[in-house]
Design a protein around this ligand. Structure first.
Ligand code: SF4
Length: 433
């Protein structure tokens, strides 16, 4: 069977999206392609974001390949499932461009994992996969009903009720070591979240890898109710095989996209033996001074640590389950900065914040060369406890509701948003490009 895996060319004009806008390796498509090819399917992975392909160009490539199944993602790489653009503007353009092909159209991503009904209605696709898609995609070929017997597939008969399905959780130990083509890597100058040198200064490619998925915590603002729940590690030898392949192809910087890069002495020791720098996202309260020293010695040059608030009461209200006091967190951040050239303590704006304490905290950390942002307004993602607390389980209008409320409540957004975001309906009608 022939599968076309499509990553649209994402545009962010008018969006509340505050993540990185550069193209990243679509790791979930990488695993899916390897698993599909392992059982004899033909796969065309079209990365419109990497190649800057408009929807029509993607459609032309797709039609020439004549796939049986067309897969469209609603987030630019699994790295951004955690903070995807709420609007489906880019996937909508793809679906419109490929609809006439007659292939089964399948949406994957964080939106459909949480609100499959809304995604099917908006995109007009035939199926929506809930949860992590890489192991589910090969099952579609085996099922004559193309997913109707697969628990994580949402489908709806003409005019009938849909079957919601349950989100799938991939067996991370079973995912293969990825081997990206040399020519794909050669063009990648982006080093994600790296600030110890100017972009492109090293002249060598950067790449993203994943050593684990999921998180054992349950912060209230985090969209994790319908995917990336349980913490799962990939076996260290598999991760190293992937890293060695990347390094042999010239990659000099890795970004571990793990929601929560946990201390792992075996992985750190092995990565430290390789000629590669790396960046991570973590909770600083999981590290000790000794482990932070080991992290820096292994080649870590960038840490993004979600602190969320300078106020212990606010952290408690956000469900951080952080057992450290403010002064312990500050000491750990400073210690991290002693060993790692860039350390960020991320803050979210919350009702329980104490503005004077936040200002004091930022001043202290900035003087210690730990970057601390102005607190960013919290977007109540459907699939987060924050959304459920306000409005109950996400329904067909969840994204519009959360987006409308966000625009109404905030006049200032993150440091990188220059323009006033547009309403969701306008974005999905093609506005703001
Ligand atoms: S620590 Fe909290 S914010 Fe970070 S991934 Fe886990 S639940 Fe989400």
């Amino acid at each position: 069977m022939k599968y076309s895996l499509i990553n649209p060319d994402w545009t962010f004009g008018g969006s509340i999206y505050f993540g990185c806008r550069e193209p990243h390796l679509p790791l979930e498509y990488g695993y899916a392609k390897a698993l599909l090819e392992r059982v004899g399917h033909d796969v065309l992975l079209i990365d419109g974001h990497r190649d800057g392909l408009p929807a029509q160009a993607i459609a032309q490539q797709t039609h020439a390949f004549a796939p049986d199944i067309i897969v469209i993602t609603t987030a630019p790489s699994y790295l951004f499932w955690r903070c995807a653009p709420p609007e489906l503007r880019a996937p909508l353009e793809i679906v419109r461009a490929v609809r006439e092909s007659g292939a089964l159209t399948v949406a994957v991503g964080p939106h459909g994992s949480t609100t499959p009904e809304a995604v099917m209605k908006k995109l007009g696709v035939d199926r929506v996969i809930r949860g992590e898609p890489e192991e589910v995609l090969p099952l579609l070929a085996q099922d004559p009903g193309r997913g109707k017997t697969i628990p994580s597939v949402f489908w709806r008969e003409e005019g009938g009720a849909g079957r919601r399905g349950t989100p799938h959780e991939s067996d991370m130990a079973a995912l293969p070591a990825l081997r990206w083509p040399r020519e794909v890597l050669a063009r990648r100058r982006h080093h994600h979240h790296r600030f110890d040198c100017a972009p492109g200064q090293t002249g060598a490619p950067g790449a993203e890898v994943e050593s684990s998925r999921g998180c054992p915590y349950s912060c209230s603002f985090c969209a994790r109710e319908t995917f990336r729940g349980r913490y799962r590690r990939r076996p260290v030898p598999v991760v190293l095989e992937e890293i060695d392949d990347l390094v042999s192809k010239g990659v000099s910087y890795l970004y571990f996209i793990d929601e929560l890069f946990m201390p792992d002495s075996a992985l750190l020791a092995a990565v430290g033996e390789r000629d590669v720098a790396f960046g991570i996202q973590t909770r600083i309260d999981l590290w000790t001074p000794e482990l932070l020293e080991r992290l820096g010695a292994a080649g870590c040059v960038s840490i993004e640590a979600g602190i969320e608030s300078a106020s212990e009461a606010a952290r408690l209200a956000l469900g951080k389950r952080c057992m450290k006091t403010n002064s312990e967190l500050i000491d750990l951040l400073k210690c991290a900065r002693d060993h790692v050239p860039f350390v960020q303590a991320t803050l979210l704006a919350s009702d329980a914040d104490d503005p004077a304490l936040t200002a004091e905290w930022r001043d202290l950390l900035l003087r210690s060369n730990v970057w601390t942002n102005e607190p960013v307004p919290l977007f109540p993602y459907p699939g987060s406890q924050e959304y459920a607390k306000r409005w109950g389980p996400p329904d067909e209008y969840a994204w519009e509701r959360a987006h409308g409320c966000y625009l109404q409540q905030h006049s200032a957004f993150s440091d990188i948003q220059e323009e006033r975001p547009l309403p969701l309906a306008r974005l999905e009608a093609g506005g703001g490009r």
